[in-house]
Design a protein. Structure first.
Length: 318
């Protein structure tokens, strides 16, 4: 697989385009190095990545409709029935098709917009939208931080959420239905906490997305981390600058370190090559369904494959 550079482009808002021109969205598969680490049930990143409680494909479609209200047609590569069914249910006014070379070739460039499935559309400023394509785990993490900063600008707490009076909510936060936050926590935004998640006692959580049905125990720290959801975190765990797939379990005193002692940029294994992430702070990538035993330390830039069992006291250094 080729090594890619991160790409970003601005999407022109339709207010400056002739509104009578109807638009088609062509979603495309791109090579990437993220693989199936996030969720065992989802084949594409468009479903596996959750953005504030929504699959990435839904988040992108909502933003694209703001930029181009005249969208009336979406096409996917063959074999993406889950994505097609999801968009048809969420956006019944849009015609959704699978790829056909004839149909694609019949669409003029003025009529169609190509969006990679490993891309995220964000509202960069008023009436301006940006597409960022992510090829690597650290790109995904950066994209999540950008979305949090761009879209969580005020504090929104569901009326069905429960927050102890002794806990402090600082900065813009989005706290979803059924969330329980116990005593003596500090939550620093921008942050999103997904449906039916529970935050135990005495935790510090900063600048992260916590997916639905996640349970965090006692005296943990979490910063700049993406948790897909359905994960259990025990107590005295520290997860920094990391990505955690769905349905993981962490014993007590687990740490993902995020900084090298020599202050060099963190390296990450891509195939047989250790490649620079270009970041001084990057933690771990932990695949879905993994169980991490008590006292495990994961060194910066390490990947734990899906469905792994890491024995208590292990130092993950390879």
């Amino acid at each position: 697989m080729r090594i890619h550079t991160t790409s970003m482009m601005e999407i022109q808002n339709s207010s400056t385009v002739t509104s009578s021109i109807q638009k088609s969205i062509v979603f495309e598969n791109n090579e990437h190095w993220i693989g199936n680490i996030l969720d065992s049930n989802e084949k594409s990143l468009a479903l596996a990545v959750n953005v504030m409680g929504k699959p990435l494909i839904v988040h992108n479609m909502e933003k694209l409709l703001l930029a181009y209200p005249s969208i009336n047609h979406v096409v996917f590569p063959d074999g993406m029935s889950q994505e097609i069914n999801l968009l048809q249910s969420r956006f019944p006014f849009i015609n959704v098709d699978e790829y056909s070379h004839e149909k694609i070739s019949n669409l003029s460039q003025k009529e169609s917009i190509k969006i990679p499935l490993n891309g995220a559309v964000t509202e960069s400023s008023l009436n301006k939208f940006t597409l960022r394509v992510f090829y690597y785990p650290w790109d995904l993490l950066k994209m999540i931080h950008e979305i949090l900063t761009a879209e969580v600008k005020t504090t929104t707490i569901s009326k069905n959420a429960s927050i102890a009076k002794s806990s402090v909510i600082s900065g813009p936060c989005m706290i979803d239905d059924g969330v329980q936050i116990d005593d003596f926590n500090k939550i620093i935004g921008p942050i999103y906490i997904g449906k039916n998640s529970k935050i135990g006692t005495g935790n510090l959580i900063r600048h992260s997305i916590i997916g639905e049905n996640t349970m965090i125990g006692f005296s943990c720290e979490m910063a700049r981390t993406l948790m897909i959801g359905d994960t259990r975190v025990s107590h005295h765990d520290v997860l920094l600058d990391s990505i955690v797939g769905r349905k993981c379990w962490f014993g007590a005193y687990v740490g993902t370190t995020n900084l090298l002692l020599n202050n060099e940029t963190v390296k990450y294994r891509l195939g047989n090559t250790m490649s620079s992430t270009g970041r001084e702070n990057f933690g771990a990538v932990i695949g879905h369904g993994s169980a991490i035993g008590a006292g495990v330390i994961v060194l910066p830039g390490r990947q734990i494959p899906p469905n792994s069992i890491v024995s208590a006291g292990t130092v993950v250094s390879k």
